[in-house]
Ligand binder design. Structure first.
Ligand code: SF4
Length: 709
């Protein structure tokens, strides 16, 4: 624990979806010591490099401390909060009056607390009448949500982290967990040391995670569905199906199996398509067949694809077919990227969801309308992230509020997204930092948001565990909670009673009450047992997994061991994936496939991790990984500057030779931007093509050409 006498505050790490507990202790002299919380069930006291450097990132040098508005001369000048709230209420109100509710939109973030997310969804979907509320989680795990909903009828992660301790086989698909979910990976390593758990890693790129595997399968980009279709057929051919489970709890198996056989007719064909040697395929399929306690974890390598939802369902199919779901040591497991992607999902943070995992059915719309006493309930789904920015560019969306995210860096075709922002009639950005690429897009108003250490509320991690983020530092300057700013706008628009919250606890209680409202167990998400927490109990709330259907609910938190899915007939659905393909194939002009992702010691666009010299020392400059043979053909030595060009943009990056790359494949990190480097914003190159079901962009397979400068 930290070594000062000041009180220790229990809070939660603001980075990845593992959701580690943190003990923070300000030293009273501007510093804060940080340690892992030994009592938090996500990390039991451990922190990774990013989490343990949090204390180095708490300075105010880069912070936005006051509301700033653009004046008639085009310059930003400080304004009072009251003026800022009035400007938003007027701009959004007038836009809706003139152009209808769908001319306004909110773009949110998996960094927001659940209470902030809840407030945005209530304001937009219940009181402004638009479902144009989407989030950067669309870029992260929307395909998992869509896959869950197609198979289970609900967005339910069936398992818990303890399943990794109890599995005999763990399959990681499209996940560099050793770098991106490090503490969960440490947990897996401990299980391997103690139990001998086998590890299979499936990834086009051999990463630090692949290096640890018993079996590494370098799948060709976009061919995951072929690999898992082949596994489904293999399980059928080797009498490894759980017919009792299939018959009692599912539908559509026969069609899915027929489709799998057509997609993956024999092992040689699978080997040709996936690029995986036949012997390795046989070893993987045999391991899966013979190890009942199998967990398949998957992450952005699966989700960030124009066929991401089909890939998710191909994985869910093999677990449903073997009945390996919701039992100790068994199940499919989506690893979420952000600290509160799950909390956002829970309050309807996606444009195609309503609050509390409800959707746009007439019954759900009516239920939420009655609970909120909403005067102007959105009646249909809104625009998903990429569509939303296309609507901004086309002038259909005229007023936009961005909170806690930097879309001018993170969206595909980022330069186009940045240009579109500049064309809005009214753009408001809630931010911690005074400058970044999005704040450079000439917003009309920027609002100082609270940052980690100042915020108070809740987040939900990948295993559905709700933890408190607690404030241990005073709010600097005039920074305020995002939920508070939205409540002020709601009240200014005349909805005093609906937005009368005095605290994050008030928002949480309402959110919990809505989840339990008319919920007889037919909806997965239920916090009804937490709806009556008083302020003191909310303050002390220990990490808890949902559902919490009643006070003190101690039922097993796994789902679906005995079926009881959330479809109308309570049966899961097998889904037959479409033929596997990339949205855009390589050609003579663009012979390389560009994969993008995170590195170990940076987070998103580096506004926080960039403040730690220790973290910056790991991989200090923007780079592109190239196979040595490709580098030799290009004439690129380690450290050479390489120009990448796609149909949409370009970047100049330092070459890093890596035998972990496939021939013809490149990898570049997502973190650098025009604010932090010159010509290194990798999403400028990525096409804005999306999965037709989830709306998630294909961020990991962009054809590009490369040349040494
Ligand atoms: Fe934070 Fe994730 Fe590291 Fe845990 S594993 S300390 S949540 S970044």
């Amino acid at each position: 624990a930290p070594e000062t006498d000041a009180p220790v505050m229990r809070t939660t790490c603001p980075y990845c979806g593992v959701g580690c507990g943190v003990l923070a202790r300000p030293d009273g002299a501007g510093g804060t010591s940080v340690a892992g919380d030994p009592d938090h069930p996500a990390n039991f006291g451990r922190l990774c490099s990013k989490g343990s450097a949090l204390g180095e990132t708490l300075g105010l040098a880069t912070r936005l401390l006051h509301p700033m508005a653009r004046g008639g001369d085009g310059r930003m000048a400080r304004v009072e909060w009251d003026t800022a709230i009035g400007q938003i209420a007027q701009a959004f109100g007038q836009t809706i009056e003139r152009h209808g509710p769908d001319a306004v939109a909110f773009y949110l973030s998996g960094q927001l607390l659940t209470e902030d997310y809840y407030a945005a969804n209530k304001l937009a979907k219940g009181f402004l009448g638009t479902a144009n509320v989407d989030t950067n989680s669309r870029l992260c795990m929307a395909s998992s949500v869509a896959g869950h909903r197609r198979a289970f009828g609900s967005d339910t992660v069936p398992g818990v982290y303890a399943d990794l301790d109890e599995a005999d086989l763990v399959v990681l698909v499209g996940s560099n967990a050793a770098w991106c979910h490090p503490i969960l990976f440490r947990r897996l390593e401990a299980a391997r040391a103690g139990r001998g758990t086998k590890l299979v890693v499936i990834d086009p790129r051999r990463t630090a995670t692949g290096d640890e595997a018993d079996l590494f399968l370098p799948v060709n980009p976009g061919k995951d569905t072929v690999l898992f279709a082949g596994l489904l057929a293999w399980l059928a051919d080797h009498e490894a199906l759980d017919h009792a489970y299939i018959d009692a709890h599912t539908s559509g198996f026969a069609q899915a199996l027929a489709s799998a056989r057509a997609m993956a007719p024999d092992i040689e064909q699978i080997a040709r398509e996936t690029g995986i040697p036949t012997a390795d395929l046989v070893e993987f399929y045999t391991l899966f067949t013979t190890h009942e306690r199998a967990v398949t974890c998957y992450s952005q390598g699966v989700n960030q694809s124009a066929q991401g939802t089909d890939k998710v369902n191909a994985i869910l199919n093999v677990h449903l077919a073997t009945g390996r779901i919701g039992r100790p040591g068994m199940g499919p497991f989506s690893l979420t990227g952000q600290p509160n992607a799950m909390g956002g999902r829970e309050v309807g943070g996606l444009a195609n969801q309503l609050a509390a995992h409800m959707t746009f059915t007439p019954a759900d719309i009516d239920r939420v309308r009655r609970f909120w006493r909403a005067p102007r309930m959105a009646a249909r789904e809104g625009l998903k992230a990429v569509e939303m920015f296309e609507a901004v560019a086309a002038g259909r969306i005229k007023a936009l509020w961005i909170m806690g995210t930097n879309p001018a860096v993170s969206l595909p075709q980022a330069a186009s997204a940045a240009r579109a922002l500049g064309s809005l009639d009214f753009l408001v950005v809630s931010e911690n930092v005074a400058t970044n690429d999005t704040v450079s897009c000439r917003p009309h108003l920027v609002l100082p948001a609270l940052a980690w250490g100042e915020k108070d509320g809740t987040v939900t991690n990948s295993e559905r565990r709700i933890s408190r983020q607690r404030a241990f530092l005073p709010a600097p300057g005039e920074a305020r909670a995002d939920w508070w700013a939205m409540a002020q706008v709601g009240r200014r628009l005349g909805f005093d009673e609906a937005f009368a919250w005095r605290s994050a606890a008030d928002v949480f209680r309402e959110h919990a009450a809505l989840s339990g409202f008319e919920n007889d167990g037919s909806r997965d998400f239920d916090l009804g047992g937490l709806a009556s927490l008083d302020d003191a109990a909310f303050d002390l709330l220990a990490p808890v997994q949902w559902p919490v259907r009643s006070e003190g609910d101690t039922a097993d938190k796994r789902f679906f061991a005995n079926g009881r899915f959330f479809t109308p007939d309570r049966r899961a659905r097998f889904v037959a994936p479409m033929a596997a393909r990339l949205a855009t194939e390589v050609g003579t002009d663009v012979p390389f496939i560009l994969n993008t992702g995170r590195i170990r010691d940076q987070w998103h666009t580096m506004t926080r991790t960039g403040l730690s010299p220790r973290l910056g020392a790991h991989l200090p400059v923007p780079f592109v990984e190239i196979h040595p043979s490709d580098a030799a053909q290009l004439g690129a030595e380690d450290g050479a500057l390489v120009a990448l060009q796609s149909a949409h943009g370009s970047a100049v990056l330092e070459a890093r030779l890596s035998a972990g790359q496939k021939r013809g494949a490149l990898f570049a990190p997502i973190h650098w931007s025009n604010a932090t480097s010159s010509n290194a914003r990798i999403n400028d190159l990525v096409a804005a093509v999306t999965d037709p079901v989830s709306g998630q962009p294909e961020s990991k397979a962009m054809p590009v050409r490369a040349a040494v400068l």
